[in-house]
Design a protein around this ligand. Structure first.
Ligand code: AMP
Length: 401
């Protein structure tokens, strides 16, 4: 029997998320999360999907090497060990692929060196991704390891969308341009939306709204990204759980010169203490909606600012695309918060956009339309599946279909 399993690894600075999939039917065999790596209170939570069995283990896990060994041991308990001949490849989520990586790529020394060269534009993410890759390589040196980049789907953006209007030489010297992120999600959801409409991806224009704790929008023409809201880093664009999204860059000079803040303090302010949490103290949309329903003015203003920005991007990407077949909501907020979906398209009837209240209120795990049957532009809820997308791209590349 040929190898049909793919292990997907998403390595953060202090965590590793993983899923083991069987690509014969894209089913999940096991999944889990190692958290607080490097602390005394590390934790591994592992689910064996077949048995519906979840195990949790607490105790110190010193580093990524120990974390992956722990994952390997948990998988082995379920008869799914990393030494299995049925494992075809390991697919790694890599956050920043710069301009270089436009496709998923089998990892070799040259690829590792390039991911390392990109660290200055992704100082938090790429080092952790590299550690995950090197650890996995040490465990299974014989196995193909594939990097799937968060930025790759956006490399089709034209220069007019990808460049900032700053001095070209300075921008090029420091690789300052708009890269975009959440690419595997935008790729997966735009394709799934075309399928929901019964059309080929090449035949539809879609605006994808990935609204999770991090949030980004993209304009996808015929299956190719032509604009996206995140930029050099994930800070640009929509209002997010803890990130500000768009603002006048001079706010930074002002906070430094007048507010006496250091660059690191401003970085933390804009990435970790802004967005919804900065506006109202909460970044969970469920809590914010509960507060709004109770008449909380601060939460109401945070919600309104969030929606105002979202609406601006819908309008902007409508204009970029010219014609739009569908708008797709995805990720934690997009898939679950009916109030956000309703408010985001409210008043856009002249653009052919509307939400049917009854359909919008229905909950579910399947892609579904929430616009009235006769709507010119369809509005869809399409659950994202970044792990499946990484596994699919990985498996396609190692050629075991
Ligand atoms: P993600 O980053 O895609 O996992 O999304 C996480 C976010 O989704 C949380 O911070 C919440 O704001 C939001 N979320 C999750 N479940 C719900 C829900 N049932 N209703 C509203 N928002 C939700």
């Amino acid at each position: 029997m040929s190898a049909s399993r793919v292990l997907v690894l998403n390595s953060g600075s202090s965590s590793v998320k993983y899923q083991l999939l069987d690509m014969r039917d894209s089913s999940r065999l096991a999944m889990g999360l190692v958290e607080r790596i490097g602390e005394q209170s590390s934790r591994i939570r592992h689910t064996h999907v077949g048995n519906d069995d979840t195990r949790e283990w607490n105790g110190p896990i010193a580093d990524h090497d120990a974390a992956l060994k722990a994952v390997s041991e948990e998988l082995a308990k379920d008869g799914l060990g990393l030494d299995s001949p049925e494992l075809a490849a390991i697919g790694h989520r890599v956050v920043h692929g710069g301009k270089t990586f436009t496709q998923p790529t089998v990892i070799d020394e040259t690829v590792l060196a390039e991911i390392e060269r990109l660290i200055p534009v992704a100082p938090l993410h790429n080092p952790a991704n590299l550690t995950g890759i090197r650890t996995a390589q040490a465990l299974r040196p014989d196995l193909p390891q594939v990097a799937v980049f968060d930025t790759a789907f956006h490399t089709t953006m034209p220069e007019s969308a990808a460049r900032y209007a700053i001095d070209v030489r300075t921008a090029d010297e420091h690789r300052v341009r708009r890269y975009g992120f959440h690419g595997t999600s935008h790729a997966y959801v735009s394709r799934a939306t075309a399928k929901l409409l019964g059309k080929a991806p090449e035949d539809v224009n879609v605006i994808v709204l990935h609204l999770g704790n991090g949030a980004s929008a993209s304009a996808v023409r015929g299956g190719r990204c032509v604009d996206t809201s995140m930029g050099l880093t994930p800070l640009e664009g929509l209002v997010m759980g803890t990130r500000s999204g768009d603002m006048d860059p001079a706010v930074i000079f002002h906070l430094a010169r007048v507010g006496g803040m250091s660059i690191d303090e401003i970085d933390t302010l804009l990435n970790k203490k802004s967005g919804l949490v900065g506006l109202c103290g909460d970044n969970d949309m469920r809590e914010i909606r509960r507060r709004v329903d109770e008449g909380d003015e601060e939460a109401k203003l945070a919600f309104d600012i969030y929606i105002h920005r979202l609406k601006k991007y819908i309008g902007a990407y409508y204009a970029v695309l010219g014609t739009v077949d569908a708008i797709a909501f995805t990720a934690g907020v997009g898939e679950n918060a009916a109030a956000v979906r309703e408010a985001a398209v409210a008043g856009l009837e002249t653009l052919g956009l509307a939400v049917d209240g009854t359909l919008n209120a229905v909950r579910g795990d399947e892609p579904r339309l929430i616009s009235p049957a006769d709507a010119r532009v369809k509005v869809a809820v399409v659950p994202t599946d970044e792990e499946l997308e990484i596994a699919t791209q990985t498996y396609a590349l190692v050629g075991r279909y």
